[in-house]
Design a protein around this ligand. Structure first.
Ligand code: PBG
Length: 324
């Protein structure tokens, strides 16, 4: 005779809701948004159905919608005009660069009602597409790049970012940015560190979204997907260097890594459901091969179940609606 019947707790939707171990709240979702220079109307991104590059004007409406939807934060990426790219990515740290103008525009719209996060990296702005400056041999120069990240972070703080988000995986970037922000009087500006970031094929659609010029790959600075233990080193270094939030990226194929980091981190842990993760669901849904709403909801629930306190997802606005 069977006495223990686990199916009892699955028998109605209301009971399943009562006993759910994981609940996704719009307040923990972060919407990444691309803002392109010189754009006059939002431009759809082919490889990310449902996502568009925004103008300096339209991003304000998106930010307003995020506030209304109860989303946790917005993460802004800048897309410069192709002519503004150069060897050192100077449009990334110019005070009037596209991202800094976007930060100011969004802050004017939302004030302190929505945390404004800024991507701190140079790949969108360099003509070679790497995340930093190159040395004579063509390799990414760690320390010279970190100096530019500090300039970029300070310019983002000055534009009004609540958090800067170094994503270039240079050694020592968090400590240098923290010291630079403090010295410039920005002690209150936080750092969301892309602490654990793998050299992933799932960033493919992002390259179209930001018009990246990259030829080759980022395997000399981003992590090898084969490595799990190394994530602990990367995340603990960033925590010690002063990261206020650490992030694991990508999310869905790295849930083991995410669970590890969430298990011992003393600061909040974020996970980034990246462009390729989004695109796979969106593309299959467009063909009618998968249910868009169910797949996105399941994917983000799994990321939260694995231990993420915060999830960056291009589906944040839809999810907020679906979770209502
Ligand atoms: C670097 C950066 C990338 C992403 C976020 N920040 C691209 C890369 O490292 O190659 C990828 C995000 C995504 O794929 O959604 N600035």
């Amino acid at each position: 005779m069977i006495t223990r019947r686990p199916r009892r707790l699955r028998s109605t939707a209301a009971i399943r809701r009562l006993v759910a171990e994981t609940r996704v709240d719009p307040a923990q979702l972060v919407l990444p948004v691309f803002v392109a220079d010189g754009l006059v109307a939002p431009r759809p991104i082919n490889s990310m159905p449902g996502v568009s590059q925004q103008t300096l004007d339209s991003v304000r409406a998106v930010a307003g919608a995020a506030v209304s939807a109860g989303i946790g934060a917005i993460m802004l990426f800048g897309v410069p005009e192709p002519d503004d790219k150069d060897e050192t990515g100077s449009a990334g740290y110019a005070a009037d660069g596209i991202l800094n103008r976007a930060i100011a525009a969004v802050r004017a719209e939302v004030g302190d009602d929505l945390p404004v996060l800024a991507d701190t990296c140079l790949d969108e702005y360099t003509d070679h597409g790497h995340c930093g400056v190159l040395d004579a041999g063509g390799a990414v120069d760690n320390d010279a790049t970190v100096d530019l990240y500090v300039r970029q972070a300070i310019s983002q703080a000055e534009a009004g970012a609540h958090f800067v988000s170094p994503s270039g995986m240079m050694d020592g970037q968090v400590a240098a940015i923290r010291a630079g922000l403090d010295a410039a009087g920005h002690q209150q500006v936080g750092i969301l560190a892309y602490a654990v970031k793998y050299a992933s094929a799932f960033y493919g659609p992002f390259r179209e979204a930001v018009g990246s010029a990259l030829v080759g790959d980022r395997r000399t600075y981003q992590q090898d997907p084969a490595n799990r233990r190394e994530a602990r080193l990367e995340a603990s270094l960033d925590e010690l260097e002063g990261a206020d939030i650490v992030m694991v990226k990508p999310a869905a194929h790295y849930l083991d890594v995410l669970a590890d980091v969430a298990g011992w981190s003393r600061v909040p842990v974020a996970a980034y459901q990246v462009s390729g993760e989004y695109a796979m669901i969106a593309a299959a849904a467009e063909r009618g091969w998968i249910d868009r709403r169910a797949a996105h909801t399941e994917a983000v629930t799994a990321i939260v179940r694995a231990g993420a306190d915060i999830v960056l997802t291009y589906a944040a606005l839809e999810l907020a609606e679906w979770l209502r």
